[in-house]
Design a protein around this ligand. Structure first.
Ligand SMILES: NC(=O)c1ccc[n+]([C@@H]2O[C@H](COP(=O)([O-])OP(=O)(O)OC[C@H]3O[C@@H](n4cnc5c(N)ncnc54)[C@H](O)[C@@H]3O)[C@@H](O)[C@H]2O)c1
Length: 258
């Protein structure tokens, strides 16, 4: 049992692919704190994984959502409105760029590769927030996205995803401003590197993990559970005055110069 009690509240978690997904660590933290959970999966390929993981939370809703489909996004929020009537928390843990845009030179990024990466990894937060607002506005709520420090600094090979994360972090601040009067908080966790399905698609990712471990003040990498704990805090009333924030869960790596 987690020490924060979210019994009676509901959370939509987008971005579980498998048990290593940061979204799953966050869902476990929220679920163990008593939150009712709704999950989405991207395509039939991942449906079985999400079903199996969600067995831990027997009353969970499970819905398809590819964020490139307006129809599927609308379907998710219609279902949540029917089942829950409102929503307290939404977790956006989604990113994608084509493999060829996650290696080699940044200047070869194609127009379409840029569009795909920015649409799926950043625009989707705006599209989802728009639908979440009517379900949150009466009693307030919390929206959380996942970022990486490549939004601010250069990480070779991370390329277009750095641009996407910069756009995502800006969208978080802009939404925080716009939704503040509705008592909806919007934050992002900037996590240290964790070997997940999508992280493995970044050329040279293993080197990034060891560099992080060697240079972070805590001299180690991070565990998905630590991202879950920070997310639980940010989505709870314990963080009631925190919005527009990027919280680094990276063993302190971001404070280093060399
Ligand atoms: N793993 C890391 O090192 C790390 C570090 C910092 C931030 N992040 C961020 O954490 C988030 C989750 O990534 P992860 O590392 O857990 O990997 P993951 O592969 O487990 O999760 C990525 C998710 O994005 C989903 N997704 C991709 N395209 C989609 C689409 N069109 N529609 C709907 N969903 C789609 C995938 O289905 C998957 O569930 C991402 O935003 C990622 O950039 C990861």
């Amino acid at each position: 049992m987690r020490t924060i009690d979210l019994s009676g509240s509901s959370a939509l978690v987008l971005g579980v692919a498998n048990q290593r997904s940061l979204a799953w660590a966050i869902a476990e933290a929220l679920g163990e704190a008593g939150c009712r959970l709704a999950f989405t999966y991207q395509g039939e390929r991942l449906h079985k994984n999400v079903n199996q993981l969600a067995e831990k939370f027997p009353d969970a809703l499970i819905m398809p959502c590819d964020v490139t489909s307006t129809e599927q996004i609308d379907g998710v929020f219609a279902e949540i409105e029917r089942e829950y009537g409102r929503l307290d928390t939404m977790v956006h843990s989604i990113a994608f760029a084509r493999r060829e845009d996650l290696e080699g030179t940044f200047r070869k990024t194609s127009r379409d590769g840029w569009r795909v990466a920015l649409e799926i990894s950043a625009y989707s937060l705006i599209a989802l927030a728009k639908r979440a607002v009517p379900l949150m506005e009466k009693e307030g709520g919390s929206i959380l996205a996942l970022s990486f420090i490549a939004s601010q600094r250069v990480f070779p090979n991370y390329n277009v995803m750095g641009s996407a994360k910069a756009a995502l972090e800006h969208a978080v601040r802009q939404l925080a401003y716009e939704l503040g009067p509705l008592n909806i908080r919007v934050n992002t966790i900037s996590a240290g590197p964790v070997p997940t399905l999508s992280a493995r698609g970044i050329s040279g990712f293993t080197g990034m993990v060891s560099h992080h471990r060697e240079h972070a003040p805590l001299q180690r990498g991070i565990e998905p559970r630590e991202v879950g704990d920070a997310a639980l805090f940010l989505c709870s009333p314990m963080a009631s005055a925190i919005t527009g924030e990027t919280l680094y869960v990276d063993a302190g790596y971001h404070v280093m110069g060399v």
